[in-house]
Ligand binder design. Structure first.
Ligand code: DAH
Length: 354
């Protein structure tokens, strides 16, 4: 038998108890709920108004609630008394918060929360790269075209800079340095290199090895595989004598660590900020019940000398590789999610399955 009025009573009592901050408030709470004229007694008295067939279940539930509240009262009294007696710190005054107490999920049916699947995948990726010595870098989502394009060697007439394909905040035709929502995490490469050069007093003095996960924005029409906002993870490694073999090794190690069974394929390609450039595919078994298959993941290459120079790094002394790929694609493949929109709708029926 479900009894909304008893559930209500129970919930009221628990939230009032959570709010009771000192011994006086706890006494007051006891009187209200467990006292001779309290709400639990009243509920018991109301048994006679319940249809005869439901009375046993009703009575049982009242008793359960009563017992539960007595126990919680006892625990709360010990907690408050103990804190009061201890004297130090807050001296028993002001709200006491027991951070170790499990949260109350009574009758809400929600249960403890969990991290969003994209957050989890991002953390997994960061962890894998961290084991290979990459630290995490971040850059602003509201960028300028200097970092999103110019310093990445993307010329003014490049189609990627078309206002139709970007979320400009300032009019690119009028502003000398228009701001925009970044369209790629490659911007963070530039930010990290500039910072490292600044830290070195005008020149690079130590290698750079970072990954930069984050949101990017493109005014794409939303459908099952496109969103105006999505996530990428960027990698950048600059050192003395870094070559293409290091890039491929890193990608292979990443793929094995994350997927267990994986092959990596580099296909010649073009990006303005790398030379040579490649697209990289992984041959992976996304889920146990699926065969190995090739999946296009992202772009990579050796950082273009002009990009290094533009950030104050001497390409004679330092070389480096970079890569970048989309996090949603990977998450969708790995978890069999058919539509990117599901990741952003926040429908609990979907999120709880992951
Ligand atoms: N930024 C590119 C994109 O959004 C992906 C990319 C390609 C990143 C090559 C890189 C790279 O670091 O080297 O399509």
């Amino acid at each position: 038998v479900s009894c909304p009025s008893l559930d209500q009573l129970h919930n009221d009592a628990l939230s009032a108890l959570a709010a009771a901050a000192d011994a006086a408030a706890l006494d007051q709470w006891r009187t209200t709920f467990l006292g001779g004229k309290g709400r639990v007694k009243a509920a018991l008295g109301a048994t006679k108004d319940v249809p005869a067939a439901d009375r046993p279940a009703y009575g049982k539930r009242v008793n359960e609630i009563s017992r539960d509240l007595e126990e919680r009262h006892k625990a709360a009294a010990e907690r408050l008394g103990g804190a009061n007696a201890a004297g130090g710190g807050g001296g028993g005054k002001g709200p006491l918060v027991d951070v170790t107490e499990p949260p109350l999920f009574v009758e809400t049916g929600l249960g403890p929360g969990r991290r969003h699947i994209l957050t989890r995948v991002r953390e997994e990726l960061v962890e894998v790269f961290a084991r290979m010595g990459f630290s995490v870098a971040q850059g602003p989502e509201l960028e300028d075209d200097e970092h999103n394009f110019v310093k990445l060697n993307i010329p003014a007439d490049h189609p990627a800079r078309d206002p139709i394909d970007n979320f400009y905040i300032d009019d690119p035709a009028r502003s000398p340095r228009p701001r925009m929502l970044r369209s790629q995490t490659s911007t963070v490469q530039v930010r990290v290199m500039e910072q490292a050069v600044a830290d070195g007093g005008g020149k690079l003095t130590t290698p750079i090895k970072v990954v930069a996960p984050g949101r990017v924005y493109r005014p794409d029409t939303v459908d099952a595989t496109h969103s105006f906002m999505f996530h990428q993870i960027e990698g950048l490694y600059i050192d003395r004598g870094v070559g293409m073999a290091d890039l491929k090794t890193t990608l292979v190690q990443f793929a094995r660590a994350y997927f267990g069974d994986a092959e990596v394929r580099l296909r010649p390609s073009f990006f303005p900020f790398t030379e040579p450039s490649a697209e990289f595919d992984l041959r992976i078994r996304l889920r146990d019940d699926q065969p190995l298959r090739w999946m296009e993941l992202g772009g990579c290459g050796m950082v273009h000398p002009s990009v290094l120079r533009g950030s104050g790094i001497d390409p004679q002394e330092w070389t480096g590789f970079a890569f970048g790929f989309g996090i949603e694609r990977l998450a969708m493949g790995k978890y069999g999610i058919p539509d990117i929109r599901m990741l952003f709708e926040n429908d609990l029926r979907f999120l709880r399955q992951l």
